[in-house]
Design a protein around this ligand. Sequence first.
Ligand code: ATP
Ligand code: MG
Length: 321
Amino acid sequence: MTRLSAITPSDRAQLGNHLGATRRWAREGSPDDLYFVSDLHAMTVAYNPVRLRARTNEMLAVLLATGIAPEAVFVQSALVRELGALTWVLECTCSFGEASRMTQFKQKADGQSVVRLGLLTYPVLMAADILLQGADEVPVGDDQAQHVELARDLARRFNTTHGEVFTVPRAVTPATGARIRDLADPTRKMSKSNPDAAGTVFVLDEPDLIVRKVRRAQTDNLARVRYAPDEQPGVSNLLEVLAACRGTSPRAEAESFTAYGPLKDAVAEAVVEELAPVRTRAREILTDPAELDAVRKAGADRAAERAAHRLASALRVAGIG
Ligand code: ATP
Ligand code: MG
């Protein structure tokens, strides 16, 4: 069984990435798994190439520091040629309507004066990421489930039209921590690329900054601690974060608190404890760029080798290559 998933170096990894995705990749790791830094996905909005390179390395270090095996990681652009070829084939399998219906496209395109075509087509590149490696499961947060669904549809359609080449993948989301909300605005999800970072806890944040961000988290004036995401999104989000860190459930955590102050203190402490080992380890890894390069090179070779046969089959049955 192959699990595959990715994180985009659009900015620095945040708590939602850790609880909803990367920590699970480390815990559930098996020998065939592949986890990568999706640097090509970071090009869908305006970006700085020098910073992209630095963030890509930092993200790779964070994946390793989280506990993902060095054999399982790679950087997406190592496969840019293979992915370019398969993306084209899949773009010719996907309809414009399907791509433009993606919720994330609508959200990210909203309010931008220039919308890059890549922002519309990136879910197809993501489908190529998944299908090229024959992934069975894609462990993601809630927000990515729709994109994995598209990959499933494209795999089935291609297989039916041209012949059985692709494994039909499925998204796997966690019971707790699938959608961590922004601490300053709990109506939206925590995201690394949110320009207002006040409500975003970054994985590499110093403990005192984490404490300050959690203490300032938006709650409400209902003065009761209950897990009710619709009525009390801020408080429920804090309970969700606490439960995800402690491996409990948000409802059970709600029983232990009557006031917001002690809840915030407990959340701050749990998050600091959860992220401290990752921060320390990531710092160590980043002091040895040669070792990180070696991991990157080995990962690229492994991913390319795995992809070669499937890409050749896909091109052949599609009548090209
Ligand atoms: P961006 O703002 O650039 O889209 P992001 O924070 O959404 O960044 P991604 O790189 O898009 O991060 O996603 C990496 C993984 O983290 C995906 O599996 C995604 O579903 C998961 N994820 C992202 N945000 C959250 C969140 N707030 N809660 C839980 N999981 C999340
Ligand atoms: Mg995202």
